[in-house]
Design a protein around this ligand. Structure first.
Ligand SMILES: [Zn+2]
Length: 381
């Protein structure tokens, strides 16, 4: 059970956006404002010509080491951000990228997800996909749910680890990944506030390694792609991971979604209260992610809708009051049909499902009101 980070007395909601102080690595300042809002306030001070100069150095570094024919790897899912990034790397930076994508098992992947990856490749890219043994995957998924209240641990491990693994295997040292969440969300767990992403191995999810969700009777051979390559191997292969979002001036959920939809991205048609999101242009290739966000909501008091609305407030697209109103209606919500599918996938009863969900409700964040309903300890205004 996650409690509030050391040095913070109680659950708080940022005075500028609507995110809580319970996200791993986050710490509000004395005025009760989250780091993401403070970074956003200073965004106009960013020296973009300096970042362009840094990017030119990165490009020269990669070209000098191109022995495979590919200048770089771009990690993609086919979603809005990766579609924009792949195009930016090829068309704006003028590089030859190899796209690398880790796929959900066939039982889990949505048709929409398959369509979106196909749509991205059709825009003129080479792509390799990493598809892993669904039985091992499911066992680790099960462990993630019952032991950590986070069944996305295995997919996140593969998502990050497959990139340096592919880089080593194909001799492509430069790897682009998405945004630096230390800046965009204020999650300061990896202590990197620039474009260098090699520290990604230290994030919460990866740190424990596959041991933290080891399948019963599993061996090292079962988890090859789940394990982030050792520092020794990363160094030896000269792997350099870079947050591309840091160098893209026009990088935001909203701008990326708008562009990707124009290029053929298929979005969710669920109602906001069915998917726990205000806008249905993310988390497209799998439906269980909605339940994982509900779990996060129970643990830290905010889910996906909160991420979206907080960014909208920072961009000046809505007021904090409006965001708070949307949170009460949509954050943490999930349609019953997804719970049914999830129980079927894991072969568990709905009672077992709710027993786990209840276990992860964080008492530092939630209290019962006079009528016995769970409410946040600090409510949205
Ligand atoms: Zn904030």
């Amino acid at each position: 059970m996650r409690t509030i980070d050391k040095g913070q007395k109680k659950f708080q909601i940022c005075k500028k956006c609507v995110q809580g102080n319970t996200r791993p690595g986050i710490k509000f300042d004395d005025e009760g404002v989250c780091p993401a809002c403070r970074f956003a306030e200073k965004s106009h001070e960013v020296d973009w010509s300096e970042r362009d100069r840094q990017m030119q150095e990165i490009i020269a570094w990669a070209r000098a080491r191109n022995v495979s024919g590919y200048d770089c790897i771009v990690g993609v899912s086919g979603g809005k951000d990766s579609t924009c990034q792949a195009l930016y790397v090829r068309d704006t930076l003028g590089l030859k990228p190899l796209l690398v994508s880790s796929m959900y098992p066939p039982e889990q992947q949505t048709e929409r997800g398959a369509h979106n990856l196909a749509n991205l490749i059709s825009l003129g890219f080479d792509c390799i996909t990493v598809s892993l043994n669904p039985q091992t995957w499911k066992k680790m998924f099960w462990e993630g749910f019952f032991r950590h209240g986070n069944f996305f641990k295995p997919s996140e491990m593969v998502l990050w680890s497959c990139l340096p693994r592919a880089g080593i295997a194909y001799h492509i040292p430069l790897i682009f990944i998405g945004e630096n969440t230390a800046i965009s969300l204020g999650a300061l767990e990896v202590e990197s506030l620039d474009g260098e992403a090699n520290q990604v191995r230290k994030t919460n999810t990866i740190q424990g390694g596959p041991e933290s969700i080891w399948p019963k009777g599993g061996t090292e051979q079962d988890v090859i792609w789940y394990r982030f390559p050792s520092e020794f191997h990363v160094k030896k292969a000269n792997i350099r991971m870079i947050y591309l979002g840091y160098y893209m001036k026009e990088f935001s959920r909203f701008k990326n979604a708008e562009k990707a939809v124009r290029l053929g991205l298929e979005v969710r048609d669920d109602k906001p209260e069915e998917m726990g999101m205000v806008w249905g242009w993310e988390s497209l290739d799998d439906d269980f992610v909605i339940i994982n966000q509900t779990l996060r909501y129970l643990k830290i008091g905010s889910g996906k809708a909160n991420d979206q609305a907080s960014e909208a407030v920072r961009l000046g697209l809505m007021t904090r009051k409006e965001a708070g109103r949307l949170m009460k209606m949509y954050d943490g919500k999930v349609a019953y049909r997804y719970i049914k599918q999830f129980c079927h996938y894991l072969n568990i009863t709905e009672d077992e499902f709710w027993e786990v969900m209840d276990r992860y409700r964080n008492p530092d964040v939630w209290r019962k009101d006079g009528s016995g309903r769970w409410v946040l300890r600090e409510e949205y205004e």
